[in-house]
Structure formats: C-alpha cells, structure tokens
Design a protein around this ligand. Structure first.
Ligand SMILES: CC(C)(COP(=O)(O)OP(=O)(O)OC[C@H]1O[C@@H](n2cnc3c(N)ncnc32)[C@H](O)[C@@H]1OP(=O)(O)O)[C@@H](O)C(=O)NCCC(=O)NCCS
Length: 170
C-alpha cells in the first residue's frame, strides 16, 4: 500500500522483501562516508536490519524510514522520519542510489515526508544531522526549511556533526 504519493514518486513502508535495496543503499560508499557503516553486508543482515529498525519503528512510533519508488516500481532510495537513541527530536533522513541523484527525487520525497511529519504525525519540530562536508544534504535540508542550529556529537562517535532543525512557526 502506498503511504505517500508525489508527482513522480511513491513512498511505501519497507518489508523484508526490500533487503536487496537496503544492502545497496547501506553499502554505497557515499552513505558509509556521510552517514556511517551499519555493518550490513549480506541480504540476511539487511533483512534483520529492516525487521529490527524500520519495521519496529512503524509499530512504536507510527513513522519510520520508507522506500522510494519510481512510477514503474524501481526502488531508488530511502526517505523517512527516524527516532534515534540519544536524541529527543525526530529526524528526517534520506539516502538515494547514485544513479538517482541530482534529479530532484530526494527533494520531492523529502518534501512529502516533511508534510507527513507536520500534518499527519503532528510534529512541531523536525531535525536532521549531517556531516559538515555533506553539501548536497545540507543544501537539500535548507530547501526543506531546516536551519543550522549547532554542532553535536552523537553517543559513541567522535566526529562533530551539524544539527539542523525546522520548528513550527519558523
Ligand atoms: C543527500 C542526497 C540524498 C542528496 O541527493 P540529491 O539528488 O543531490 O538531492 P535533490 O533531490 O535535492 O537534487 C538536487 C539536485 O538535482 C537537480 N535537479 C534536477 N532536476 C530537478 C528537479 N526536477 N527538482 C529539483 N532539483 C532538480 C538540482 O538542480 C540539484 O542539483 P545541484 O545539487 O547540482 O544543485 C544524496 O546525495 C545521497 O543519497 N547521499 C548519500 C546518503 C546521504 O548522504 N544522506 C544524507 C545524510 S544526512
């Protein structure tokens, strides 16, 4: 079932069948450099990751990371809302396969997710955390209405990251 529909894209909840997509996205070198190494190597690792991560989050929070598809059903990336350990706020995240970048797909999906977070989930604040040198991500977050607030270090990590936020009323 489609969760969100935009002019070119459909967003759906992830299922165990999406293990190949997750393996491709999580092992993309840009993802590993900008977001981190999730240690997912095999389709079985990816299946477990989907069950323990996104699928568990749909149950506990009513939102999570979604699969993004073109009209012909090709899966091109991930975009959604995530509640991370160690952060009070909900954050928006996105990661697209290299062949599907620079075409505005990430922006189109992320705009739909922001609207969903605001209007359906009722969030009054949505944040994002990015590497300071992840320019395409920071540019996209600015287009979505998030502004740089401060730098942050996540638990068990030593790199300084940028915390960006959108607040209701901004
Ligand atoms: C971050 C990421 C999702 C950004 O993807 P993206 O495709 O650059 O983002 P957008 O969808 O906003 O596309 C913007 C580009 O498409 C171009 N574009 C082409 N057609 C477009 C259209 N119809 N609408 C909007 N932009 C369009 C824009 O001009 C822009 O180009 P520019 O970056 O040279 O200015 C992608 O780089 C990625 O997956 N990286 C790896 C994972 C990652 O870093 N995630 C973020 C962690 S915080």
């Amino acid at each position: 079932m489609a969760l969100l529909q935009t002019s070119r894209l459909t967003l759906r909840e992830l299922s165990e069948d999406d293990a190949p997509l997750l393996s491709a996205v999580l092992n993309d070198p840009d993802f590993i450099r900008n977001v981190g190494d999730r240690g997912v190597r095999t389709d079985e690792d990816a299946r477990r990751y989907i069950i323990d991560g996104p699928m568990a989050m749909y149950q506990t929070h009513n939102f999570g990371m979604y699969k993004v598809e073109l009209a012909d059903g090709t899966a091109i990336g991930l975009c959604g809302l995530v509640k991370r350990d160690g952060l009070d706020d909900v954050d928006i995240g996105f990661a697209f396969l290299p062949d599907y970048r620079k075409q505005g797909y990430a922006q189109e999906a992320a705009e739909a997710v922001m609207e969903y977070g605001r209007d359906v989930i009722g969030l009054e604040r949505i944040i994002a955390i990015a590497h300071p040198d992840n320019e395409s991500s920071i540019r996209l977050l600015e287009k979505l209405g998030l502004q740089v607030e401060r730098t942050i270090k996540l638990p068990r990590e030593d790199e300084e990251l940028v915390l960006m936020a959108w607040n209701a009323g901004d």
